[in-house]
Design a protein around this ligand. Structure first.
Ligand code: FAD
Ligand code: SF4
Length: 463
């Protein structure tokens, strides 16, 4: 269709399962585009001279170029190009908050709605793999160097990918039995089915990345030993200290930390041991989820799928100021989640177990240092929302290991690992990236930091 296709072809997202069907299953809710739909959607791209989408994408994907390759049905080349800048393209295509990133920056937003960039990024790898594509590696010259990577989450995988492509042996250690970090043990199946991560892990393995699972560094193997055995170490260990509300009643039975609840559910679905994160069923319960980010949304939608009687999400700001992806908020609402905006919990009430949450209403006051309006309490607005279970999803603080200090790894005032621009810590042989360095954020920003840290390591090792 060419230059002005966006005038005739409206934006179309991939088909979504009906809400009542998806509210019963732990499977992805979006279908894949077929080739014809993908071509039509890709052809809407204006091919701007200065593509804002590319700048806004943290890994700076060559978006207009791979969109054009879809239009021309050159899927293998599109996959080569998309895999060159992103270690996890079909995963970012599923879980990135595109409305805040690439699609939010698309020029067509001025009246025509953005190109469906995320769904097309996912389509490229899915279609290419279905047609037998395998990632191609440039002629790798082994450098003889070896790097240990702690953490098989997006940051660790991003780092391993780039090191491997440059002839450095990348060995990834993880304490969990599967690769993926929060992609496997965090984000639920309705956003990302687990075999998608498993397939990408297998591709990385075929490309030469090695995994040592069920191995916790600091317990099963010591950092000291890794430093003896390898030329450098990259840490992509994430953030796992959950933020508490600091109000009475948080320790009552029936109050759960968001990630423990989600991990217990994933492990139950995967038939893995739930020893440290027991499976909790919300079937028949009135559930209140406190918080407004991606984690909160995942908890509400998991509770719905488990058969909760009702699910309320209470957030202290208004809908516009919610940190989570707009798409996921709207999916949650369609599936039956009720939202209470401008509500702040002050106490979880109950005698032997949780019976409700005492809330006050808030209104938005003056902006804080980051430009976000501070919620102020409306006097006399207190009420108790009845609940049989409460899930606390206020986000995560860094969780630095006690042994960091023994190796001179410095932290900032919030507990994040400090690095220079090459992602090198205060110990020259140790690099760090992802959530443990920037604070809990996104899959794509962790991938980006892992990849850029690998560049720093290559420079340090003079490869
Ligand atoms: P992680 O993914 O946390 O990986 C760290 C890995 O290090 C883990 O596998 C851990 O086992 C391992 N590890 C830690 N310590 C050790 C040790 N001592 N020895 C061995 N291994 C160790 N982002 C999005 O972009 N979109 C979303 O929709 C989204 N939804 C989310 C939903 C939830 C519930 C949560 C919690 C987060 C979500 N995020 C989302 C954020 C995203 O998952 C993270 O920002 C991202 O996974 C961070 O990557 P990472 O590699 O830094 O850390
Ligand atoms: Fe958009 Fe994320 Fe893909 Fe970048 S990685 S193009 S931000 S979906």
């Amino acid at each position: 269709m060419g230059d002005f296709a966006f005038v005739q072809t409206p934006r179309q997202d991939p088909a979504k399962k009906p809400a009542d069907e998806r509210a019963r299953e732990f499977t992805e809710i979006y279908a894949k585009f077929d080739m014809e739909a993908a071509k039509l959607q890709a052809d809407r791209c204006l091919n701007c001279g200065n593509p804002y989408c590319e700048w806004k994408c943290p890994v700076h994907n060559y978006i207009p170029n791979w969109l054009q390759l879809i239009v021309e049905d050159r899927i293998h080349e599109a996959a080569d190009l998309s895999n060159r800048t992103n270690t996890l393209p079909e995963i970012c295509g599923r879980v990135c908050p595109q409305d805040r990133l690439c699609e939010g920056a698309c020029t067509l937003n001025t009246g025509f709605q953005a190109v469906t960039i995320g769904a097309l990024e996912r389509f490229i790898s899915e279609e290419a793999l279905a047609r037998g594509w395998q990632p191609t590696l440039p002629d790798i010259q082994p450098s003889g160097k070896r790097v240990a990577i702690i953490g098989a989450g997006p940051a660790g995988l991003g780092c391993a990918d780039i090191l491997n492509r440059n002839g450095v042996e990348a060995v990834v250690y993880d304490r969990y039995p599967r690769v993926g970090g929060l992609l496997t043990f965090g984000i639920p199946e309705f956003k990302l089915e687990k075999d998608v991560m498993q397939r990408r892990a297998a591709l990385l393995e075929e490309m030469g990345v090695k995994f040592v699972l069920n191995t916790e560094v600091g317990r099963d193997v010591l950092l000291e030993d890794l430093l003896k055995e390898y030329d450098a170490v990259f840490m992509g260990m994430g953030t796992y200290t959950y933020k508490q509300g600091g109000f009475p009643g948080e320790n009552l039975p029936g109050v759960y930390a968001a990630l423990d609840f989600l991990v217990g559910n994933v492990r139950h679905n995967l038939d893995l041991s739930q020893e440290n994160t027991p499976f909790v069923s919300m079937a028949g319960k009135r559930v209140v989820v406190l918080g407004g980010g991606d984690t909160a949304m995942d908890c509400t939608r998991t509770s719905i799928r488990q058969g909760a009687e009702s699910v309320i999400c209470a957030y202290r700001r208004d809908e516009v100021n919610m940190p989570g992806s707009r798409r996921e908020v709207s999916n949650a609402r369609e599936e039956g989640v009720q939202f209470l905006f401008n509500r702040q919990p002050v106490e979880i009430v109950g005698t032997d177990r949780v019976e409700g949450v005492r809330m006050v209403e808030t209104r938005l006051g003056e902006p804080d240092a980051r430009g976000r309006c501070r919620p102020e309490v409306v006097p006399g607005s207190e009420e108790i929302i009845p609940a049989d279970a409460v899930i606390i999803a206020f986000g995560f603080d860094p969780s630095p290991a006690p042994w960091f200090a023994d190796f001179g790894i410095e932290l900032d005032e919030r507990g994040r690992v400090k690095t220079n621009e090459q992602f090198q810590t205060s110990n020259a042989r140790i690099f760090a990236g992802g959530d443990m360095h920037r604070g809990s954020d996104l899959v794509v920003t962790a991938v980006d930091e892992g990849r850029r840290a690998a560049e720093g390591i290559l420079e340090y090792l003079e490869v």
